[in-house]
Design a protein around this ligand. Structure first.
Ligand SMILES: C[S@@+](CC[C@H](N)C(=O)[O-])C[C@H]1O[C@@H](n2cnc3c(N)ncnc32)[C@H](O)[C@@H]1O
Length: 376
């Protein structure tokens, strides 16, 4: 079973081993208050949608639709919903690491309000992902379009947070080498995956599909990261996080859901280290400026760089720029200039002479990156 923590036992700045991979029981705003600043790498939030259902809904055969009419989804007004949304988003922002990201899922009932509040709180929207449902519920009254999708907002903590995790290369490779798009097609949660009680009824009315969470987690976290879910419900985030070698923290008010989530997570077997290694490519590598090569002595001011066939040459200056024929600039700008081109990758164009052969300066950048990796 996943550990369950009563809120009263949590005090802010407690050691992570007391709350990691646990479900905190209580209101999420109060529970978030108890967690340390900048302590989670990612957040997945599936808040109440405030569905505003007016009475019961029937199918054409008069059978009752099992709609989300739970007390936790009801708010007295849009203003009350906004106050609640602002409070939990603000609390989430404090516990999110500076380079962490947050996902919030919703429908047309709430997602526009949530998005506006996120922008007001300085979150920086990275994408809105449309989850298109393979098997959506029909519109029984035939008075509107069939509501066949939900929207997820993916955002960084602020506009300056550039170093967030996005496993671009792995996603592309997993998508037959085609860039992953912002519209995702998945079935709603059904079959064996849907948790049912002894009475055969759904344990939770809005259990999300594990495939959706798997893509969210694979896209925006690394193995070992901590993912927080402030509206844990049946524990989908925790189950998928555990299987994918990530840590989770769940917050949930209702004991029945906590019990179901706890048993569900206990039955999950994590994948092995080899299966979880994330494919990375050039975009995922840390940025190294040419000046770093100068500062670290791998190249020296006054040294001459040439192209691979020695047709063009330039001198390295102490400020990390190159100079040739009365022109100066970055390795890229000067590489383009000497060839009469608009653009050039200076890392592969410029070469240094190691006494035996010409080698691209990109090899020296790799030396720096290898040193950086040893420090991680
Ligand atoms: C939309 S459901 C999340 C479902 C979940 N993603 C899943 O796959 O099972 C929202 C959940 O948030 C819980 N909840 C609502 N308000 C809450 C609050 N203020 N604090 C903590 N949990 C809350 C509800 O009990 C409900 O289980």
């Amino acid at each position: 079973m996943a550990a369950v923590l009563p809120l009263a036992d949590l005090k802010r700045q407690v050691r992570p081993d007391t709350w990691l991979n646990s479900i905190i029981k209580g209101d999420c705003v109060a529970a978030l208050e108890a967690l340390p600043d900048h302590s989670v790498d990612a957040i997945f939030a599936d808040p109440p949608y405030n569905l505003q259902l007016g009475g019961t809904l029937h199918r054409p055969d008069q059978s009752l639709v099992d709609a989300v009419d739970d007390e936790w989804d009801q708010f007295a007004s849009f203003e009350m919903y906004d106050v609640f949304t602002r409070a939990w988003l603000l609390a989430c922002r404090r516990v999110l690491k500076p380079h962490g990201t947050i996902w919030v899922i919703g429908s047309y009932h709430n997602i526009f309000r949530v998005g506006a509040i996120m922008q007001d709180l300085n979150f920086w929207l990275l994408n809105d992902i449309v989850w298109r449902k393979v098997n959506p519920m029909p519109n029984f009254k035939g008075r509107r379009f069939q509501n066949a999708h939900e929207t997820m907002i993916w955002a960084s903590r602020d506009a300056k947070a550039k170093g967030y995790t996005f496993n671009y290369d792995a996603l592309k490779a997993s998508n037959d080498d085609v860039q992953m798009r912002s519209d995702w097609l998945f079935p709603i949660c059904s079959g064996n995956e849907r948790l049912k009680g002894e009475d055969g009824k759904k344990v939770h009315p809005t259990q999300k599909p594990e495939a959706l969470l798997a893509r969210v987690i694979m896209a925006s976290t690394k193995p070992g990261d901590v993912i927080l879910d402030p509206f844990f419900g049946s524990g989908t985030t925790g189950a998928v996080a555990k299987r994918l070698g990530r840590n989770f923290v769940g917050i949930e008010r209702e004991q029945d859901y906590i019990d179901a989530a706890s048993a569900r997570i206990a039955s999950v077997e994590p994948l092995g280290k080899a299966e979880l290694t994330v494919m990375t490519g050039k975009k995922a590598e840390p940025r190294v400026a040419f000046n770093t090569l100068v500062e670290s002595g791998l190249v020296k001011p006054g040294q001459v760089l040439t192209d691979a066939r020695r047709r063009h040459s330039a001198i390295i200056r102490a400020d990390g720029t190159l100079a040739a024929g009365g022109e100066a600039g970055s390795i890229h700008r000067l590489g383009a200039k000497v060839q009469g081109l608009d653009a050039c990758n200076g890392w592969t164009f410029w070469h240094f002479d190691d006494g035996q052969s010409l080698r691209p300066i990109d090899e020296l950048r790799s030396v720096i990156r290898n040193d950086m990796a040893k420090l991680d």
